[in-house]
Design a protein around this ligand. Sequence first.
Ligand SMILES: [Zn+2]
Length: 209
Amino acid sequence: MGILVKIYYVNRYLHKTVNKLYSKLFELVKNKNYFVITINVDHQFQLAGFDKNNLFYMQGDYGLFQCGIPCHSKTYDNKEIVIKMLHQQKDMKIPNSLIPKCPVCGNEMSMNLRTDSTFVEDEGWHLQAKAYSDFIQKSKDKKLLLIDLGVGYNTPAIIRFPFEKMTGMNKSTHLIRINKDYAFCSDKIKDKTILFSEDISDVLDDLLK
Ligand SMILES: [Zn+2]
């Protein structure tokens, strides 16, 4: 018996209820031309109704397995096996026969999450990375509103810094930053940025009015 299974289940297959925050965000953008880049890995955007073609899960997805080494860069939907694990688990452990093995090299699989350098960027990842950069490219001369929700300094190079840069470079780009702890920006983009340090949910309520 090995492997802790609970976390997959809780994060991916138990959370069928939509977090209200995501629903509010969807209300705000659903009739607009939108795109989401996120470092979250919990599937909430799809549950709230966002089109998965307009989502880029930069840091991976709980719903996918990959080779733990990795020996190749493909990912595998894990729903069926995770549900099996849940049914056969005892004290959060599963039979050895259910430990997922790589179909190519036979090593153990891991979740497709960017926790270290073994993270696999598969075909879907590259497709959405391109969709995101195409969206930015097409929007840069049009009116573009960037909304940065709760992005701090853990991985600022993914969203926080690029959003600031785009706001500075493109005449018709504006930024809304909602962040309890880091609601500030550089002086250069001050007149094109609205900062909120209030709760994200409250701000979205106000924006929806
Ligand atoms: Zn392998």
